[in-house]
Write a protein that binds this ligand. Structure first.
Ligand SMILES: [Zn+2]
Ligand SMILES: [Zn+2]
Length: 187
């Protein structure tokens, strides 16, 4: 049994939250952490009780969907709603924060921003984070870390390929399938 790392655990939580997003433009999830405890979470969505982009389509002005509250903002606002301090907390986000979220995170006293994917990383946001002393660290989600069956799956795929090789299947087809499996299962 291998224990999941803190980084992977919090990043996985953000990816889970992203699946609740209601804006079809981008599925984003954010988890705020203090002292290795999850204190809030958020995803891209409209204000509570309003219509969702997934039902009504996005409300686009100047190329941006104006209906949604961003995941990072939603997580911070959850803290505001329930009176939870965010000073010296960290945030795990599926995508690099936009300029607006960047400013909000700095103002909330967030220490470190862990993000899984680069996303139109705004030069000014990068500069503001640096100026404020907020660290940004890329932590990609390792899907295998959250898959409790990955060892069994890997063994199965490997044995399948060994069998195929011994059956002398079409060389080209075999190579293609093997490459796909290696990418998918990180063999
Ligand atoms: Zn939208
Ligand atoms: Zn944002």
């Amino acid at each position: 049994m291998e224990r999941i790392s803190w980084d992977q655990y919090f990043m996985a939580q953000s990816h889970l939250l992203a699946l609740r997003s209601t804006c079809t433009r981008l599925m984003v999830g954010a988890t705020i952490v203090r002292d290795k405890r999850i204190i809030a979470g958020g995803y891209n969505g409209s204000v509570s009780g309003s219509v969702h982009c997934i039902d009504e389509g996005c409300f686009v002005i100047d190329g941006h969907c104006v209906r949604t509250v961003h995941a990072e903002a939603n997580a911070l606002l959850q803290c505001a709603k329930f009176g939870v301090p965010t000073e010296n907390a960290d945030i795990y986000v599926t995508h690099f924060p936009c300029l607006q979220c960047c400013k909000q995170l700095i103002q909330s006293g967030i220490n470190t921003v862990y993000y899984a994917e680069d996303y139109k990383n705004h030069e000014y946001a990068v500069e503001l984070f640096k100026e404020a002393g907020v660290e940004t660290k890329k932590v990609e989600l390792d899907y295998l870390a959250v898959d409790t069956n990955y060892k069994a799956k890997n063994d199965f795929i490997k044995s399948l390929f060994n069998k195929m090789e011994s059956l002398q299947s079409d060389k080209q087809e075999f190579a293609e399938l093997k490459k796909e499996a290696e990418t998918l299962f990180k063999l």
